[in-house]
Design a protein around this ligand. Structure first.
Ligand code: PAF
Length: 278
């Protein structure tokens, strides 16, 4: 496995290679590694990027403290079948202030995560487009754990006519149901024990929908209340249609999404579920 830090070296290594690409911010866990293995089954060579993207962090967020575990990440990537790690220093990707950015559309990018993290999807799209331009992959794999991000990236690729196939990877979970996330490492032992309640809450909402419930606002409010009573500070629990994260309508597949803070750690999760009865 090669580690590459500069754009010219990357371009030389990859010339028209039709590679499979997994962008990451490092601090890798099994969720990332499953995306790398999925990428390897789709195309070769496999390229993963490690870059903590300042543009997608608000000033009060955890850019400075985001865990950077480069050597361990490289070992894990090598074992997972990655061929090239692109790990640019910040000045390689942002040699000057990034004045040109990708503005994803309101309605998709300013709801849910975009509402609570203004500018987040602008930062994500800008770096992803830049990484796509650098790596020029045939296919890129994004995890469903960041459901809205996957949808925003798919929209960008479609509307900007990028010749890249986007594939979705399933969310990896711990045995107790907690979705794997780099931010789980911030949890204290007591918080880690409580954290599976987020996934459990999503499963409960999905079960109510499956049993025929149609009052999504009531389900969302009940789920937020349950989390708050357990000591969480929920940003949202939302039932949306899978297609575009619009309001749920009968007979369309749904997804339940949630974001909530446990102590100082903000966790997100989601669960795809059956349509409401028509
Ligand atoms: O999902 C992530 O880790 C990041 O948002 C991404 C896609 C690597 C862009 O920085």
């Amino acid at each position: 496995m090669r580690v590459i830090q500069t754009l010219p070296e990357l371009r030389q290594a990859l010339q028209a290679s039709g590679c499979a690409f997994v962008p990451t911010m490092g601090n890798l866990h099994e969720g990332h590694l499953s995306l790398v293995r999925q990428a390897g089954a789709l195309s070769q060579p496999v390229v993963a990027s490690i870059f903590v993207n300042r543009l997608q962090f608000a000033p009060h967020e955890d850019f400075d403290t985001y865990p950077r575990t480069f050597d361990r990440d490289c070992t894990l990537l090598r074992e997972a079948g990655c061929d090239i790690v692109f790990a640019p220093p910040e000045r390689e990707l942002y040699p000057e202030p990034q004045g040109y950015t990708v503005q994803p559309p309101a309605g998709l990018a300013d709801v849910l995560e975009g509402h609570f993290r203004p500018g987040f999807f602008n930062g994500v799209c800008t770096v992803v487009l830049k990484l796509f331009n650098a790596v020029q992959p045939a296919v890129a794999v994004f995890g469903k754990k960041d459901y809205q991000q996957l949808m925003v990236v798919r929209g960008m690729v479609r509307q900007l006519a990028l010749p890249i196939r986007i594939e979705a990877g399933e969310t990896c979970r711990a045995d107790d149901g907690l979705a794997l996330s780099s931010r789980n490492g911030y949890l204290s032992a007591a918080e880690r024990a409580e954290a599976p309640a987020l996934a459990r809450t999503l499963r409960e909402v999905a079960a109510h929908l499956h049993a025929g419930a149609t009052d999504c606002a009531a389900l969302e409010a009940q789920a937020m209340h349950t989390l708050a009573q357990r000591g969480w500070a929920p940003d949202y629990v939302a039932v949306r249609r899978q297609r575009d994260l619009g309001e749920p309508v009968p007979a369309e597949p749904l997804v339940v999404l949630a974001a909530a803070r446990l102590g100082t750690t903000r966790l997100i999760d989601n669960l795809e579920c059956m349509p409401m009865a028509g």
